[in-house]
Write a protein that binds this ligand. Structure first.
Ligand SMILES: [Ca+2]
Ligand SMILES: [Ca+2]
Length: 216
C-alpha cells in the first residue's frame, strides 16, 4: 500500500504538467493564427443559362472554416455547409459571393465572387410574305418568305437570338435562315419556323406554321 501511494504521488504532478503543456500549446497555436482563409468557388452554373435555379460548391484553404454566402446584395449567416442552392431566380444577371472564417475568427476579406446570366424567356419569331405577285381573288402568283426574330430584352437581360430555322412543308430538315426564300408553287404551302436564343431556348415547341394560298 505504501509503495503504491508513493508512485501516485510521483506520477500525479507529471500528468498535470503534461496536460498543462498540451493546453498551453493548443492555446498558443489558436492565438497565433492571424491569417485569414482564402475562399474558392469549386462548382457553379454556366455564365449564361436557361435554368432559373443555381447550385454552388465552395471550399477554403484551411480546415474548420465556416462560410457566409451572398446573392444579389444580401449575405447569409455563418454556416459550416460547403454548398448553396437557389431556385426561382429572375431573368437577368446575378452575383454570388462566398467568404470563409477560420476557427480563430479570421475572415477572408476578399470573398470569391461569380456573376452569371439567367434567360428563361424564349425568342419570338414572326413570318411574313415578301416580294408577292398577287393573282386573282387574293391568291398569289409568286412570293417569298421572310422571317424576323427577337429575344425580349426589356431590361437588357436577354441573351439574344442565336439562329432562326425554317422548312417548307415536309422537308426532312430545317435550314438556317439568312435571307428571304422562294416559296414553291402549290395549292397550299406551309412554312415551319422557330428561333433559338443564346441560352439555348426554343420559341415554343419547335415550330409554328402559316398556310399560304397559292395560284398554280
Ligand atoms: Ca487562418
Ligand atoms: Ca431569351
Amino acid at each position: 500500500m505504501k509503495r503504491r501511494s508513493k508512485n501516485i504521488i510521483f506520477i500525479f504532478p507529471v500528468i498535470i504538467s503534461l496536460l498543462l503543456s498540451i493546453f498551453t500549446a493548443v492555446d498558443i497555436f489558436a492565438e497565433d493564427d492571424t491569417t485569414p482563409p482564402n475562399t474558392s468557388i469549386t462548382s457553379k452554373p454556366p455564365s449564361l443559362t436557361n435554368s432559373n435555379s443555381a447550385s454552388f460548391e465552395f471550399s477554403a484553404n484551411e480546415t474548420g472554416c465556416e462560410f457566409k454566402t451572398y446573392l444579389d446584395g444580401s449575405w447569409s449567416g455563418w454556416s459550416s455547409s460547403k454548398s448553396k442552392s437557389y431556385s426561382s431566380l429572375s431573368d437577368g444577371e446575378h452575383t454570388f459571393k462566398v467568404k470563409a472564417r477560420d476557427a480563430a475568427g479570421n475572415e477572408d476579406s476578399s470573398p470569391a465572387s461569380y456573376t452569371w446570366k439567367v434567360d428563361t424567356t424564349p425568342p419570338n419569331t414572326s413570318f411574313s410574305l415578301s416580294d408577292t405577285t398577287e393573282g386573282d381573288n387574293g391568291w398569289y402568283k409568286a412570293a417569298k418568305g421572310s422571317l424576323s426574330a427577337s429575344d425580349p430584352d426589356s431590361n437588357n437581360y436577354h441573351s439574344g437570338v442565336a439562329n432562326t430555322y425554317y422548312k417548307i412543308n415536309n422537308a426532312s430538315s430545317y435550314s438556317t435562315y439568312s435571307t428571304s426564300f422562294n416559296i414553291p408553287e402549290g395549292s397550299s404551302q406551309k412554312v415551319y419556323f422557330y428561333s433559338v436564343d443564346n441560352a439555348g431556348l426554343l420559341a415554343g415547341k419547335r415550330w409554328s406554321s402559316k398556310l399560304l394560298r397559292w395560284l398554280i
